[in-house]
Design a protein around this ligand. Structure first.
Ligand SMILES: Nc1nc2c(ncn2[C@@H]2O[C@H](COP(=O)(O)OP(=O)(O)OP(=O)(O)O)[C@@H](O)[C@H]2O)c(=O)[nH]1
Ligand SMILES: [Mg+2]
Length: 194
């Protein structure tokens, strides 16, 4: 059966043999929901100020000044790792990390300070420009043989800047495509270097 591992295939057969169609149905439902009971630790990382804490608040549906929201600010804000379990499933935990490459969190000690290897998955946030730190973080995730999503933030201010810079010639779709193409290009180069 395509998409079903041998082990599941055997369990499904056994469930059917023992409890008929109801048994099989129950097994499928249990399997469908089992991901919910597996803890997933997701690190939100990137340069300082790119919007990591804001991203977590947005993800959890919290306003920045709401109780329990991650602190956000216009200066270096997050100074220690903090866990944010999702209200609908406490096994799904987002970790707000300090920004990499500041005086307090230089690259040399970053991985150790944030316990980088303990996460299952990473979200690398980046604003305005693809930086050396973005590539460095991606590389470190790859070394752990884990995966990351790359998220470009502050698109709203980019669009405002473009409007101001180009006035009548401003074209939102064109500007967005440019940002997308730049991110893809940088990620491709990064893949080639790894
Ligand atoms: N315009 C705009 N501002 C944003 C966005 N995301 C975050 N900000 C602002 O950027 C500033 C920094 O946001 P934070 O969420 O504190 O950034 P951070 O990456 O957690 O920063 P550190 O904890 O210092 O590493 C705040 O003033 C936010 O309001 C965005 O998508 N658009
Ligand atoms: Mg922060």
């Amino acid at each position: 059966m395509a998409g079903i591992i041998e082990e599941d295939h055997i369990s499904m057969k056994n469930a059917f043999k023992t409890n008929g169609l109801d048994g099989l149905k129950q097994m499928i439902v249990d399997n469908r929901d089992k991901w919910e009971s597996i803890p997933v630790r997701i690190a939100v990382t990137g340069n300082s100020g790119v919007g990591k804490s804001s991203f977590i608040n947005a993800f959890l549906g919290l306003k920045p000044n709401a109780p329990g929201a991650a602190a956000v600010g216009i200066t270096e804000t997050t100074m220690q790792v903090k866990a944010y379990p999702h209200p609908m499933n406490e096994n799904f935990v987002l970790y707000d990390l300090p920004g990499v490459g500041t005086q307090l969190f230089p690259r040399e000690s970053y991985l150790e300070k944030v316990d980088f290897q303990k996460y299952d998955f990473f979200v690398i946030l980046s604003a305005t420009r693809f930086t050396e730190n973005d590539a460095w973080l991606g590389h470190k995730v790859k070394l752990l043989q884990k995966k990351f999503f790359f998220v470009r933030t502050k698109i709203d201010s980019d669009m405002e800047n473009e409007k101001e810079d180009f006035g009548e010639d401003f074209n939102r779709e064109r500007s967005l495509s440019k940002i997308r193409a730049d991110a893809q290009d940088n990620l491709r180069k990064f893949q080639e270097q790894c």
